[in-house]
Design a protein around this ligand. Structure first.
Ligand SMILES: [Zn+2]
Length: 496
């Protein structure tokens, strides 16, 4: 991607040298529909991603007392951005079919540049391999179209009830076929073993999504709602734009009310059922926590570029779950006097920087986003309560970690999710992981670590980071060799 940026800058320079007649051509306006979803200062960020995937999705959401069904059609403009690797297939992931999601998704009528193709589905029904009628050379694009149907039955409650229809709340993340990631040397990412943690690995993309749904349903989605159409049949069509996002999530409930604030130009919304737990009083406190977190992370790591950030109360059995531009918080802790409420809001907000903006393979390198989100909670506390508060956060992680390894084996933090048994995943990634950053702060100074994270964020915003990228980025920032420290904490690192 670094090269792509250079090409764009090169193209800009060329334009300036061209005669006036050439420059007077129709301006390229492909970015126009997405602009409302970005803060004005970040609209130009789209230019470097003209070849990122572009989804145009139509969804019709039908809800009965027993199930919710999405009938959809999507068009995806996909450009081969590999370094000179021709592609014969393109892979989509059907996440609702994962055992951990508990839904059902079917795809039909797949075409590539208008030609019908017959995709293959793996044994888990979650990997859809689309054969291309012609090899897609590096730099070339193909338009893929498909119909899909996604169903979730009421009461299905798998893993974190991440994908569910419970108590009238529809949690529908990844409800459309999501492009997988092509990794040079490894091919298309196809991990299906998902015992715990987050399931999704995807690239920054552009979304224009129309969702037709019953008028009484309050929808919350990634990106910004840019328009709404009243259909006269009891439904509304909501039009969303979500640029530079690596996923598009949708939640809905007829009982949601909204509390809204603003921080650094970002509209922050809390959607909640006022009848659940501490309802509005918790939401008021939660909004302030969310605004503080956005302010602190904007200052500490770099700016959140989107116009909107939504927090949504759902019955997930996880404390919270992060999606681009959208965070769910479990209704179980919707109470400001529960310290976990603030912790979840602040941790999940940090994921907008670590996971959403800087992406990673959440199944192979869960520490890259989770351990940093945990350390970010300590950064939030440092800002609000100073050094002593920060030390308290680190001591908390330390005691949790030490209690665990008093009984169970210690492990490196850099392993894939499947290499941790049961609670070891939580204790290694969430309790030991942030101590890696605390160790860096102890050695090089807290301010130096913040600078290091700013540099890392600036370099990998909208991109994907792998362990070797962190190592290289941190070493460059600090001007120090960190190989030994990384190997001690994270594990074996790529040579470089
Ligand atoms: Zn997390």
């Amino acid at each position: 991607m670094r090269h792509d940026r250079l090409i764009v800058f090169g193209a800009v320079a060329l334009c300036l040298l061209m005669p006036i007649q050439t420059r007077a051509q129709e301006p390229d306006t492909w970015t126009d529909p997405y602009q409302p979803a970005l803060l004005p200062g970040f609209v130009g960020d789209m230019d470097a991603y003209a070849d990122a995937p572009r989804y145009t999705i139509d969804m019709v959401l039908n809800v009965t007392v027993t199930e919710a069904t999405i009938t959809g059609h999507q068009t995806v403009l996909y450009t081969n951005r590999t370094p000179q690797i021709p592609l014969d297939t393109i892979v989509f992931r059907l996440y609702p079919n994962l055992e951990s999601y508990g839904g059902q998704m079917q795809v039909s009528n797949v075409t590539a540049d208008g030609a019908p193709v017959t995709p293959k589905l793996d044994d888990t029904n979650t990997v859809l391999i689309i054969p291309l009628p012609a090899t897609l050379e590096a730099g070339a694009s193909v338009t893929l179209e498909m119909d899909f149907t996604t169903v979730i039955e009421v009461g299905e409650e798998h893993l974190y009830a991440q994908f569910s229809y419970l108590e009238g709340v529809l949690a529908l993340p990844n409800a459309y076929p999501v492009l997988s990631v092509f990794e040079p040397g490894q091919g298309w990412w196809q991990v299906t073993d998902h015992p715990q943690g987050d399931a999704v690995y995807s690239e920054t993309a552009f979304y224009l999504v129309d969702i037709t749904a019953p008028a009484d349903l309050i929808l919350v989605a990634s990106g910004s709602e840019i328009d709404m159409t009243t259909n006269g049949d009891g439904t509304l069509t909501h039009h969303y734009a979500a640029p530079l996002m690596r996923d598009f999530a949708l939640m809905a409930n007829s009982r949601y009310v909204t509390l809204t604030g603003e921080q650094d130009g970002v509209t922050v919304n809390l959607y909640y059922d006022p009848g659940v737990r501490r309802g509005t009083s918790a939401a008021q406190a939660g909004l302030q926590m969310a605004l503080d977190a956005v302010r602190i992370y904007n200052t500490s790591f770099g700016p959140y570029p989107f116009s909107e950030l939504d927090f949504v109360q759902t019955p997930t059995s996880a404390g919270g779950i992060e999606y681009p531009g959208l965070i769910v918080v479990t209704d179980d802790i919707w109470d400001a006097s529960d310290p976990f409420f603030e912790f979840v809001i602040v941790h999940e907000t940090a994921h907008q920087w670590w996971y959403s903006l800087v992406g990673n393979d959440q199944t192979r390198d869960p520490w890259i986003d989770e351990s940093l989100a945990q350390f970010s909670v300590a950064v939030y506390v440092h800002d609000l309560e100073g050094e002593a508060g920060y030390e308290g956060s680190i001591e908390f992680y330390t005691s949790q970690y030490e209690d665990f390894i008093a009984t169970y084996p210690d492990q490196k933090i850099g392993l894939p999710v499947i290499d941790y048994e049961d609670n070891a995943y939580f204790y290694m990634i969430y309790e030991k992981g942030p101590l890696f950053y605390a160790e860096l702060a102890e050695t090089y100074g807290y301010a130096q670590v913040i600078t290091m994270l700013q540099d890392y964020f600036a370099a990998y915003r909208y991109e994907i980071a792998e362990p070797g990228d962190l190592l290289e980025s941190f070493e460059t920032s600090l001007g120090e060799d960190l190989d030994v420290l990384f190997e001690e904490w994270v594990g074996e690192m790529p040579v470089g």
